[in-house]
Design a protein around this ligand. Structure first.
Ligand code: FAD
Ligand code: DHB
Length: 380
């Protein structure tokens, strides 16, 4: 079998890349180890930058997003027992849109043509430094198959195979916190997102719809879900957010470790990395998905120029340009993490509060935060 681009991974990066390439007339096949229901059911990010919304609209994926996405003109910081609103639209002229990652994935799967190959196993990449790379895998009937191609896009996340094929220098940081996240069938207690810095730890109030609330709590690394019955979670949220949330049935619950990771370079021969395969940011500030979209927007342009017109320029500069974007997001997400989480170090605790008070009292500091929040992933 032969195609122009093999895309490894059907997360948002891989699915959007396949969609953008198809619009340009480039043929791609997407390989995914999980089944369709698993990919559709994964609850993750929820905040889209205006640049991300624009990419999705331009790609014809805006219908449901424009109907049910929630446009927010600001968010709140809660600390010292008070609330300070960051007026995103007032400070930057731009809003953010709350629309779940799984909704983006659903829109992409509805539009996908051909459908990704779900449930494959033993994916392996070959000859990536030649003009004729290939990918082997086992299909759902247990048959070993080979796909010959011009280019491979590694969009298979942090646990995939692609990033290990690139002889990259890895930059990593593990944060001394984890996030306990729940999705609950209850009306959001606030109209906007609330990021709370509290002596018991960070808490975040977010949402997915007028009936679905998304909430996060900072917990110690290694904590177990069994130790967090729903009642304890609701009590802790009320304490840290300074107001009770409307408890409702918890439909999803999970603990995620916080880490940062960047692989340099993001390209090896005819293999290009995009999204979490290339970089992971700590989740505070919601940049992961936006960064993946910015990667594949540039990658689709670069591959179209390379494969349809024989122009190599954008493919050659892809890694450098997107690494700059990745480090912009690492810088912002790390700062947001340190600003809002409770450190065990008393010096750090006081620094966080001093930084928060500065944002609340300085228009320049609030504007800088707002600018990063609405647009860190765009190419400068
Ligand atoms: P992924 O979404 O990870 O997709 C990679 C795909 O590749 C998956 O479908 C996987 O099954 C598949 N795959 C893996 N190995 C192989 C293989 N060998 N062959 C074929 N396919 C393979 N970001 C935020 O902004 N806010 C959040 O609250 C937030 N929460 C998160 C919670 C969790 C548990 C995780 C893991 C991430 C979270 N993120 C969050 C980050 C955000 O979801 C990611 O940045 C985003 O999913 C990146 O998309 P991606 O397509 O690059 O990778
Ligand atoms: C969400 C996640 C984030 O990391 C964040 O900073 C804001 C919102 C969310 O899942 O809704």
């Amino acid at each position: 079998m032969r195609t122009q681009v093999v895309i490894v991974g059907a997360g948002p990066a891989g699915l959007l890349l396949a969609h953008l390439l198809r619009l340009e007339g480039v043929h791609a096949v997407v390989l995914e180890t999980r089944h369709r229901e698993h990919v559709l059911g994964r609850i993750r990010a929820g905040v889209l930058e205006p640049g991300t919304v624009e990419v999705l609209r331009e790609a014809g994926l805006g219908t449901r997003l424009d109907r049910v996405g929630l446009e927010h003109q600001g968010f709140s910081l809660r600390f010292d027992g008070t609330e300070h609103r960051i007026a995103l639209s007032g400070l930057t002229g731009k809003p953010i849109t709350v629309y779940g990652q799984q909704e983006v994935v659903r829109d992409l799967l509805d539009a996908a043509e051909p459908e990704p190959c779900f449930g494959v196993s033993d994916v392996a990449l070959h000859d990536v430094t030649t003009d004729r790379p290939s990918v082997t895998f086992t299909d759902t009937d247990g048959v070993r198959r080979t796909l010959h191609c011009d280019v491979i896009a590694g969009c298979d996340g942090f646990h995939g195979v692609s990033r290990n094929v690139v002889p990259a220098t890895r930059f990593e940081r593990t944060f001394p916190h984890s996030w306990l996240g729940i999705l609950a069938k209850s009306a959001p207690a606030h109209d906007e997102l609330v990021y709370a810095h509290h002596e018991r730890g960070f808490a975040l109030h977010s949402m997915r719809s007028p009936e679905l609330t998304r909430l996060y709590l900072q917990v110690e690394p290694g904590e177990r879900l069994e130790d967090w019955p729903d009642e304890r979670i609701w009590d802790e949220l009320a304490t840290r957010l300074g107001a009770p949330c409307e408890p409702g049935p918890v439909v999803e619950k999970g603990i995620t470790a916080m880490r940062a990771h960047v692989a340099e370079p993001m390209r090896h021969g005819r293999l290009f990395l995009a999204g979490d395969a290339a970089h992971i940011v700590p989740p505070t500030g919601a940049k992961g998905l936006n960064l993946a979209v910015a990667d594949v927007r540039l990658l689709s342009r670069a591959l179209t120029a390379l494969l349809l017109h024989g122009e190599e320029g954008d493919a050659l500069s892809y890694s450098d340009i997107r690494l700059r974007g990745a480090w912009r997001a690492e810088r912002f997400s790390t700062e947001m993490t340190e600003l809002l989480h409770r450190s065990a170090d008393p010096f750090e605790q006081r620094l966080s509060l001093a930084r928060l008070r500065r944002i609340a009292s300085s228009a320049a500091a609030a504007t800088a935060l707002a600018q990063d929040y609405v647009g860190i992933s765009e190419d400068a």
